[in-house]
Ligand binder design. Structure first.
Ligand SMILES: Nc1ncnc2c1ncn2[C@@H]1O[C@H](COP(=O)(O)OP(=O)(O)OP(=O)(O)O)[C@@H](O)[C@H]1O
Ligand SMILES: [Mg+2]
Length: 357
């Protein structure tokens, strides 16, 4: 087992800077989710760690050892590629054995380790089959077994569950988390599914445009993101531009673009009066009506029933969209009315995030 450290890693492809100084530190046994939009450099970061891509600048350390010049097969890193990359002409057992044959392990040892790895992912019975004869979820687990069989110090998973349907993905998430815990293996899992990142990882790193913007525990990053971009990327959010019109010891008076005036008992950014408020839809409260005490008025656009909750889509007076998530029972009880009705909303101060504009 080993920790991992990247310092100021820079990669250019054809004159274009793809990784712009990636700093990342993963503790021994930790599971880190690397999250970010398509093309931001997630796969490239994994390839640098595994040794398939040489950074032009910066360093990679595994267990305190500098990896510069160390080829992939000497790094003891297990990588599950975005598309699994199983060899179609080899059986499942041969696929899993491949990395051990490359390492020239004795045959009985290989046979035993392959059986153990397949059992670990509950696929002991499919060793003689070919990849084409497995389901997507089974292929995914074979790819995982192939990475685990070399007993890697570091496990890198590139969107391992991306091709699976929702139900199978939820199930595999639980299995993956249990396996990772049990083996205590230092893991980076790349995903652009924010729920997956929040539920699987000890910490989440959000990457934009070739560098890591923010890193933290899932709840910390979700509840108190450091920037508007991270807040918007991790889950749904309402973003309200505004200005600070007066400051006092506990916060200040704020006027939003939608004509709404609020007193915020929160620390406001020093230096700039132009601010942005962020609040998650599930933290907005519905008031009984638009004139209710302390409520803001919003025009009802649509109620979308989602099973476990109802998305109430509204419009503020400046035309800006604003979403509230409420329970079906609550929506029924308040009798929100027809499309176009004015309804009341409340923004609990403890759930408002304030960013400098
Ligand atoms: N070998 C390469 N040569 C040139 N450009 C590349 C190469 N590999 C990746 N890129 C570019 O680098 C950028 C980052 O690619 P990368 O595969 O790391 O993104 P990603 O975050 O994994 O995206 P996705 O979520 O779509 O998988 C992209 O613009 C991509 O086109
Ligand atoms: Mg990728």
């Amino acid at each position: 087992m080993a920790g991992l450290e990247l310092q100021n890693v820079r990669v250019w492809f054809g004159g274009q800077e793809i990784l712009k100084g990636v700093d990342l530190s993963v503790a021994e046994g930790e599971c880190l989710a690397l999250l970010g939009p398509s093309g931001c450099g997630k796969t490239t970061t994994l390839r640098v760690i595994a040794g398939f891509t040489q950074p032009q600048q910066g360093s990679v350390q595994i267990a305190g050892q500098a990896m510069h010049g160390t080829p992939p097969y000497k790094r003891n890193v297990g990588l599950v590629f975005q598309d699994y990359a199983l060899f179609p002409h080899m059986t499942i057992a041969e696929n899993v054995a491949y990395g051990l044959q490359m390492r020239r392990l004795p045959k009985p040892e290989i046979t035993k380790r392959v059986a153990d790895a397949l059992a670990m992912v509950q696929l002991g019975h499919v060793g003689e089959r070919f990849p084409a004869n497995l389901s997507g979820g089974q292929r995914q687990r074979v790819a995982l077994a192939r990475a685990l069989v070399i007993q890697p110090d570091i496990l890198l998973l590139d969107e391992p569950l991306g091709a699976l349907d929702r139900k199978l993905r939820d199930q595999m998430q639980v299995e993956l988390k249990q396996l990772q815990r049990r083996l205590g293996i230092t893991t980076i899992i790349v995903t652009h599914d924010q729920e997956e990142a929040l539920s699987l990882a000890d910490r989440v790193a959000v990457m934009f445009n070739g560098s890591i913007r923010e890193i933290g525990a899932p709840a910390q990053l979700y509840e108190t993101p450091g920037s508007r971009e991270v807040m918007e990327f991790l889950g749904s959010s309402n973003i309200l531009p505004g200005r600070v019109t007066a400051r006092d010891g506990r916060g200040g008076q704020v006027e939003l673009a939608a004509g709404i005036r609020l007193h915020l008992p929160l620390p406001l950014p020093a230096g700039s009066d132009a601010i942005i408020l962020g609040i998650r839809p599930e933290h907005v409260e519905l008031a009984p009506h638009s004139q209710a005490d302390g409520a803001l008025a919003a025009e009802l656009v649509e109620c979308v029933y989602k099973g476990s909750l109802v998305e109430v889509h509204t419009r503020l007076s400046d035309g800006g969209a604003f979403q509230i998530n409420a329970s079906a029972a609550q929506v029924a009880q308040l009798q929100l009315g027809q499309r176009g009705a004015m309804i009341g909303i409340r923004l609990p101060a403890q759930h408002i995030q304030v960013f400098a504009a």
